[in-house]
Design a binder for this molecule. Structure first.
Ligand code: PNS
Length: 165
């Protein structure tokens, strides 16, 4: 039984993330999608529970995927869960430097290898941060995120109607 760990902020999960999770689920017996409790990069738009709920909704069709969260070092969580590998998506060369550094550090700390899956070309420009920005200013992100996520973004950013203003 080989278990893969797909970690991330998932704020929110995009079609790019889902593609990587689905492909990982075809390669490994079990997949843990682990949401970091406090993303360092930005103040998160969705709280931890919401980010996990959205992931649960959009991966409900994948029987060997479960959603969890972690704090602290990824490798400590990976060891605690008995994960055999960390799996990450690589969108472009710009991702590579940092991802390689993290993979090497994680390997040194724990012996756990990171496997990179190349993002499908139709998702290579996608990031949660851009989705948040576009949605915040009323842009259409419905082709970039699962329907359940698009609905939550629309609810969050819809302009108040006359009776609510
Ligand atoms: O979706 P993101 O924000 O690119 O995910 C980054 C994440 C959560 C995978 C990365 O920041 C992480 O592993 N953080 C946990 C802290 C840790 O282990 N740091 C050392 C990395 S070498």
């Amino acid at each position: 039984m080989a278990t893969a760990l797909c970690p991330g902020s998932f704020d929110p999960v995009t079609n790019g993330h889902l593609d990587i999770i689905e492909r990982t689920a075809r390669l490994f017996d079990d997949v843990i999608v682990a949401v970091i409790r406090n993303p360092q990069k930005t103040q998160s738009l969705f709280d931890l529970e919401e980010r996990q709920d959205m992931l649960r909704e959009v991966t409900a069709h994948l029987r060997n995927v479960r959603i969890d969260h972690f704090t602290g070092l990824l490798v400590d969580y990976a060891k605690q869960q008995g994960a055999d590998a960390i799996v990450k998506g690589l969108r472009a060369v710009s991702d590579f430097d940092y991802e390689l550094q993290m993979a090497q550090m994680n390997q040194r700390l724990s012996g756990i290898d990171t496997f990179f899956v190349s993002t499908s070309p139709q998702h290579s420009f996608l990031s949660s941060s851009l989705v948040r920005e576009v949605a915040r200013f009323g842009g259409d992100v419905s082709s970039m995120v699962p329907t359940a996520v698009a609905a939550r973004l629309a609810k969050l950013f819809r302009s108040p109607g006359p009776e609510e203003a």
